[in-house]
Design a protein around this ligand. Structure first.
Ligand code: NAI
Length: 302
């Protein structure tokens, strides 16, 4: 019974069976990491084709990991890949697979209504003890949870791209999230080999709340003619020790994603100058220059 858990070992043991919904960029990474750390994972998406692609991507990513990790013993590497892949199954029917799951991690499209509909349906199908989480970057966890009757067993698990590489998980405690649920999510993050930090259910949590306004400030500085993109990027890398400059990072994250986040915050808090839209960013997005994924953003990419 999840209510009687107290030790961290017991909290950790609470999550064995994980359902990851959405087999895109983030969901595939989350499934890979959960399976690599011994969890039994069901990956759910809307079509078999997408799931096949996701599984292929996971296999390729695992092979890259073991190439380094098992450089001395490639046979052990291959055995590890096979073992991890065995921990992952796939499905297009979320409602039926959640019947046997301890934890749902949702990583579908960033749309409140679509997420609410999904969780509303899962709430009826999942057992009492199952904890629901969203990987949302910009939507309030409480708003997503409102379509369910398990507000105490609903929290946020915000991973970073690429999931297998990035050590941080922001664990979000919404106002109604129980301490028990929150503790289980912290322990689960550690069991994944990640470093969790505790966040409140506030826009951008910690990382994006600081990073998005910072990137927009860089664009505004450039728009005022106070620095070239190249110089701003070099300055932040060599002067502040950042691994990427703000324009490189915007291209990596995707200009459309950054615009979506800032527009959402601006709508809710129009007087906050940190959330002001940027004409240059809007222009590039309108031109379809979204960054690395389209071959051009602030920079051209091969
Ligand atoms: P993506 O577009 O790569 O993947 C989304 C997947 O969800 C697609 O495969 C799609 O077919 C599937 N999907 C959509 N609706 C579905 C439904 N009703 N049921 C099952 N599957 C469904 O998106 P990505 O980038 O992986 O983002 C997913 C979530 O993670 C979003 O909420 C996003 O805000 C969040 N996030 C994204 C980060 C990033 O760097 N891309 C970082 C952290 C969080």
């Amino acid at each position: 019974n999840i209510r009687s858990l107290s030790s961290s070992a017991a909290l950790r043991a609470a999550i064995k069976h994980v359902t990851v919904i959405g087999g895109g960029l983030m969901g595939a990474g989350i499934a890979q990491v959960a399976a690599s750390t011994g969890h039994s994972v069901v990956l759910v998406d809307t079509s078999e084709d997408i799931l096949k692609k996701a599984t292929k991507g996971i296999e390729a990513s695992l092979k890259r990991v073991v190439k380094k990790k098992f450089a001395e013993k490639p046979e052990d590497g291959e055995a590890f890949v096979q073992k991890v892949l065995k921990n992952i199954s796939t499905s297009t029917d979320a409602a039926s697979v959640v019947q046997g799951t301890d934890l749902v991690v949702e990583a579908i499209v960033e749309n409140l209504k679509v997420k609410q509909d999904l969780f509303g349906a899962l709430d009826k199908a999942a057992p009492q003890h199952t904890i629901f989480t969203s990987n949302t970057s910009s939507l309030p966890i409480a708003d997503i949870a409102s379509s369910t009757a398990r507000l105490d067993r609903f929290g946020g698990l915000h991973f970073f791209n690429p999931v297998p590489m990035m050590k941080l998980v922001e664990v979000i405690k919404a106002p109604a999230t129980s301490q028990q649920t929150f503790d289980v999510l912290l322990e689960f993050s550690k069991a994944l080999g990640k470093h969790p930090v505790s966040c409140k259910d506030t826009p951008g949590f910690i990382v994006n709340r600081l990073l998005v306004p910072y990137m927009l400030e860089a664009v505004r500085l450039h728009e005022r003619g106070h620095g070239s993109k190249e110089d701003i990027d070099v300055a932040m890398k060599l002067g502040a020790g950042y691994p990427m400059g703000p324009f490189e990072l915007l291209d990596y994250v995707g200009l459309d994603t950054s615009k979506f986040i800032i527009d959402g915050w601006h709508e809710k808090d129009p007087d906050n100058p940190l959330f002001a839209p940027s004409p240059l960013l809007n222009k590039l997005v309108a031109e379809g220059k979204l960054g690395k994924k389209t071959g051009e953003g602030f920079y051209k990419h091969k």
